[in-house]
Design a protein around this ligand. Structure first.
Ligand code: HAM
Length: 425
């Protein structure tokens, strides 16, 4: 059968050991940092009802769903993100729980995306969320977790930045500039695309979607693209001022944690997902060559929308795909090597029974042990020991066994010594 008969689906990955080692390296860092901040891990099912997403996630994600009708005639979808599942799970049980709830998860997610750099059809995403706290200390806490997740992997302020904004603030600015409140979501969608589209197209978008004149549209865009412009023009506006203060206080908290170098205010960040209600952020590589590494923010209405307690919530998702690209670019990929405590070498097949006994006794003690699974010459066995990354080779021969010992050879130094079997096992 030709090798390509069962080709991997486009956008999906295999994880041979050297790739899985990177994945584990990243997951371990994510889990360590989550626990350092007092978060506990949860998970949910990879398949959910279609409705969970059609109602809450916004058009972009809904168009990318892997969806089908199951044998019980249910409309189902592979989870494209974790946040609706989190809201559903907590909807059932949050009433009895003390707040704030600090939960994290590392689910595999599925989106039928157009293939491009940094975008696959499955990815793993670190989700960290605080539920039941509406103050900005919670917003600052989750962004600090995201930043520390990348720092834990060896990335510094020269490698990435968090760009922060506040969706309510941007919405208030549009209203202050004369946009009708019901047209604000469409105006935010234009802002979301600002970086990816020529400015003229954004102006046209605001004219069409938000009912602004050409001049007003161009001038409102300056508020979001020019640093300090919003404060200068609308700093005293009663609907805008509180948002500006909130954003400053939030950045101040991250600064107090010593993370100020990683944070910059950028009002073009409004996030594509429909459920965000307040402060939002995205993490990008410094060169801005790659897609976003991480995105998140406050979503105070979602739990109520899926039928739970009305609870404030804030969190983020960080994907493993773009992060892997950044780690490679920054030379921070872990070195992959096999390792083994012992490789047992027999001088002849006559010692196999004793070798098996020794191997098993060592494994019982928690050591990692391997040996040739068929008769092989000494040189071949020693080569195999090297390939497997053995720290020590135990040579089991008739003369040593007669004395109740084996020869232990340290692979790095080549040093050999006799070890009594009783001491070894
Ligand atoms: P999101 O912005 O859709 O947010 O995804 C977060 C991150 O997941 C992105 O920045 C990106 O690194 C990664 N990601 C998303 N889609 C793909 C893909 N097709 N291929 C590779 N990586 C991808 C959310 O999903 C929100 N639910 C996050 C959140 C949690 N907000 C609050 N809590």
């Amino acid at each position: 059968m030709a090798a390509s008969t069962f080709a991997r689906l486009p956008g999906f990955r295999d994880f041979p050991p050297e790739d899985l080692a990177l994945r584990s390296h990243v997951f371990d860092a994510w889990r360590r940092v989550s626990r350092r901040y007092g978060f506990v891990e949860y998970d949910g099912p990879p398949l959910e009802t279609l409705e969970l997403y059609t109602e809450k996630s916004g058009d972009e994600i809904v168009q990318q769903l892997y969806t089908f009708t199951d044998k019980g005639d249910r409309q189902v979808a592979l989870r494209p993100e974790m946040t609706p599942s989190l809201a559903r799970i907590l909807g059932d049980r949050s009433r009895g729980m003390s707040k704030p709830i600090r939960w994290f998860s590392v689910p595999q997610l599925f989106r039928y995306e157009r293939q491009q750099r940094g975008r696959l059809r499955e990815h793993f995403q670190w989700n960290v969320d605080i539920v039941g706290e509406d103050g900005i200390a919670a917003d600052a806490e989750v962004l600090a977790v995201a930043i520390d997740g990348l720092r834990e992997l060896g990335l510094g302020p020269d490698a990435f930045r968090a760009r922060v904004s506040d969706r309510r603030l941007v919405a208030a600015a549009f209203v202050a500039e004369g946009v009708a409140p019901e047209r604000v979501p469409a105006a935010l969608a234009v802002v979301d695309k600002l970086e990816r589209e020529p400015r003229g197209k954004s102006v046209e978008g605001l004219v069409r979607e938000a009912g602004m004149t050409d001049g007003a549209a161009a001038s409102v865009l300056d508020l979001f693209t020019e640093p300090g412009a919003l404060k200068q023009r609308l700093g005293d506006h009663e609907a805008v001022a509180p948002g500006l203060e909130r954003l400053e206080a939030y950045v101040g908290m991250l600064d107090a944690m010593g993370l100020g170098d990683f944070v910059e205010v950028d009002l073009r960040i409004v996030r594509g997902l429909a459920y965000y209600t307040g402060i939002v952020f995205e993490l990008f590589d410094r060169k801005h060559d790659l897609r976003a590494i991480c995105g998140g923010g406050r979503y105070d209405r979602l739990l109520e929308l899926v039928g739970g307690e009305p609870l404030a919530a804030v969190g983020f998702g960080m994907g493993d795909v773009v992060l892997g690209e950044l780690l490679a670019e920054e030379g921070k990929l872990p070195e992959y090597s096999k390792s083994l405590d012992y490789f047992i070498v027999t001088v002849s097949e006559d010692q196999r029974r004793e070798a098996l006994r020794i191997a098993h006794a060592l494994r019982e003690k928690g050591k990692s042990v391997a040996y040739a699974l068929r008769e092989q010459g000494l040189t071949k066995q020693l080569k195999a020991a090297g390939r497997e990354g053995a720290r020590e080779v135990l040579i089991v021969g008739p003369d040593e066994l007669a004395k109740g010992c084996v020869v232990a050879k340290e692979m790095a130094s080549g040093r050999e010594r006799e070890v009594a079997l009783a001491d070894l096992t």
